[in-house]
Design a protein around this ligand. Structure first.
Ligand code: AMP
Length: 611
């Protein structure tokens, strides 16, 4: 394997790579760097994300850059703001011992700042297509001097509908230039671009054309369409350490699935284009830090996220384009890890699966949706494993021990172990008692005990037909992590002055609570988000602390007012009840005759903590 020096890179670049700990080139770098250094021929490089593509195109460009000229010599186009910033940072790292000006241009940030940066002088522009076109139209960005055009993640740019923008940008560049196109896959739309805008390109590939990662197994679960969500929950329960992305087709579906998961007690959140940039950054940050286990996302929004350790990619719906499936599944099985890509499908989608198999050159393996018994067993051992690894804080627990000993000190060891384990385990047993078989295939019904009684099945199906906005009694459909209403007294119900109009959803509220309490394991009950305000329930042991901490909080600049709400009963759903709630709230506002419980709204003078 050659070194970077042997590939012909100059000393300043080799030193910068050394500082970054890059010892040897990756396969795509080994192929692309000499090609771009030695020849002016256009290049198509096929490689999955995470293979070192950024250095593969930036190093030979930096090597040949004229750092005495202030002209724009290279434009790199990429699909998202996050990738744009990542590429810019990487190039700055590679060029740290050189005199190179890079400017990132992307939407959602001040265009004036970007214009000023371009006017100060930029030799390399890294841009998203929309903002780049905007700057060209304003005659700020002139690309007649560029020697290199890089199209990074070209397949994604086309999937995201940037074809017209790309054509506008390419038309602005001179005839004499080298175009470097990087893509994980090679759909027809890319081939068309290469035919129209590239000149006899050389093709290099690593890992084979259109092939998924070798480390990924492809599984599918065949269920009735209405059972997809239930199947998703069972998969999450069967894999207590799951760290994965659940791909949905639309923004709406993404939000709905994430909301349901959160309400059912799963550690999940949504990522899609209807969220503000700040909200997306927060969600991605929490996922990267493993504060979230399941990220429910659209393809487009997930583009900005580069995480190596995913255990699972779950296709809640198969994408329209087979290439997109390959891209999704390539997000797991990275960095030498094994990964599983799951498709939850119904009967009519089998044909689509076969198409993808042909492209992947790999078979999907039919899996059985885990039975309730299998899940309970898995959860039981997971609880035991957690217990055995639990660290005991002797000092903190000491003051409580005498009373604890008085209450349970008489129990023998075996009895105590059983009770301790049951404390967590019973909710799974209860939830999965009589759980029905979800498999919609011939081999589905393995375990007769796993089937529900006739009445139970009909009950669930009836409910399914009415949609999933049932009122009371709905709780049997909640996840095992959800709680029942009969322990509502353990919870304190709060009213908070932010709602849907402030961009709030159940996940944001849970994030808010965690942030204020600086704890992640406090139990949160029912959450109801209305237009301008919301309700949520919280473990009563934390009620006072919550009120105290929230005094100085704000949401997107709006001071938070958190008060204890009157009712601690189950939250109603359905339009009528919501309207009643609103009426009650009106009467209950400060300044009205209704008495309020809880803390006074905070004074505006205090410094508030954002969330
Ligand atoms: P990329 O595909 O450019 O996003 O790179 C994926 C990851 O690999 C990034 O974290 C890079 O910093 C890292 N990387 C790229 N090239 C090398 C190399 N030659 N040696 C070690 N790490 C690398």
């Amino acid at each position: 394997m050659p070194t970077f020096k042997e590939l012909g890179l100059r000393a300043e670049i080799v030193q910068a790579l050394d500082d970054l700990g890059f010892e040897n080139p990756t396969p795509i770098q080994e192929k692309a760097i000499p090609q771009v250094l030695d020849s002016k021929t256009d290049l198509i490089a096929l490689a999955q994300t995470g293979t070192g593509k950024t250095a593969a195109f930036s190093l030979p460009v930096l090597q040949q850059l004229d750092d005495t000229s202030n002209d724009i010599q290279c434009i790199v186009l990429c699909p998202t703001r996050e990738l744009c910033l990542q590429i810019t940072n990487d190039i700055q790292d590679f060029a740290k011992y050189m005199n190179v000006n890079t400017v990132a241009v992307y939407g959602g940030a001040s265009i004036e700042t970007q214009i000023r940066a371009i006017k100060r002088g930029a030799q390399i522009i890294i841009g998203t297509p929309g903002r780049t076109v905007d700057l060209i139209n304003r005659r700020v960005l002139r690309l007649q001097t560029v020697n290199y055009v890089v199209l990074d993640e070209a397949d994604e740019m086309l999937t995201m509908g940037f074809q017209d923008d790309l054509e506008t940008i390419l038309a602005e560049t001179p005839q004499e230039k080298q175009t470097l196109l990087f893509s994980a896959t090679m759909p027809t739309a890319i081939k068309n671009i290469t035919k129209s805008y590239m000149n006899n390109p050389v093709e290099v590939a690593v890992g084979g054309r259109n092939e998924g990662s070798k480390n990924v197994e492809h599984h599918y679960y065949l269920v009735n369409a209405r059972d997809k969500y239930e199947c998703l929950k069972r998969l999450a329960d069967m894999n207590p350490n799951v760290y994965g992305i659940v791909f949905c087709r639309t923004r709406r579906e993404t939000q709905e699935i994430a909301n349901k998961l959160v309400q059912d007690g799963y550690n999940a959140d949504a990522l899609h284009g209807d969220l503000s940039q700040a909200q997306r950054d927060t969600v991605m940050g929490r996922f990267r830090n493993h504060q979230l286990q399941l990220l429910v996302a659209t393809d487009v929004a997930a583009r900005g996220l580069d995480v190596d350790e995913l255990t699972h990619v779950i296709n809640y719906n198969l994408p329209d384009e087979d290439e997109v499936y390959i891209h999704r599944s390539g997000r797991t099985g990275r960095a030498g890890n094994k990964g599983i890509s799951i498709a939850i499908i119904h009967g009519r989608e089998k044909g689509k699966l076969r198409d993808i198999e042909r492209k992947l050159k790999k078979e999907f393996i039919l899996q059985q949706v885990p039975t309730g018994q299998e899940i309970c067993e898995k959860q039981l051992y997971a609880i035991v494993s957690r217990l055995s690894k639990m660290e005991v804080n002797e000092k903190q627990i000491a003051p409580f021990l005498p009373q604890i000993m008085q209450q349970i000190g008489h129990l023998d060891k075996e009895d105590l172990i059983k009770r301790l384990v049951s404390f967590e385990f019973n909710k799974f047993l209860e939830y999965y008692k009589n759980a029905r078989d979800l498999n919609a295939n011939d081999r589905g019904s393995r375990d007769r005990n796993d089937r529900p009684e006739r009445g139970e099945r009909r009950d669930r199906e009836d409910r399914g037909n009415r949609g999933d906005r049932g009122e009371r009694g709905e709780h049997s459909d909640r996840g095992p992590r959800g709680r029942k209403y009969d322990d509502a007294d353990r919870f304190t119900r709060f009213h908070i002055n932010i709602g849907k109009r402030d961009g709030v959803n159940p996940a944001t509220l849970m994030g808010f609570v965690n942030e204020q309490l600086r704890k992640r394991d406090v139990e949160i009950g029912k959450i109801e988000v209305l237009n301008t305000f919301s309700f949520f329930e919280l473990d009563s042991a934390y009620a006072q602390k919550m009120l105290q901490e929230a005094r100085n909080a704000e949401h997107n600049g709006k001071p938070i007012s958190l008060t204890e709400a009157k009712s601690t009963g189950p939250m109603p759903s359905g339009r009528k009840t919501k309207d009643k709630l609103k009426d009650r709230f009106k009467k209950d506002r400060p300044g009205s005759s209704g008495k309020r419980h809880g803390s006074k709204p905070p004074s505006g003078k205090r410094k508030r903590r954002p969330f």
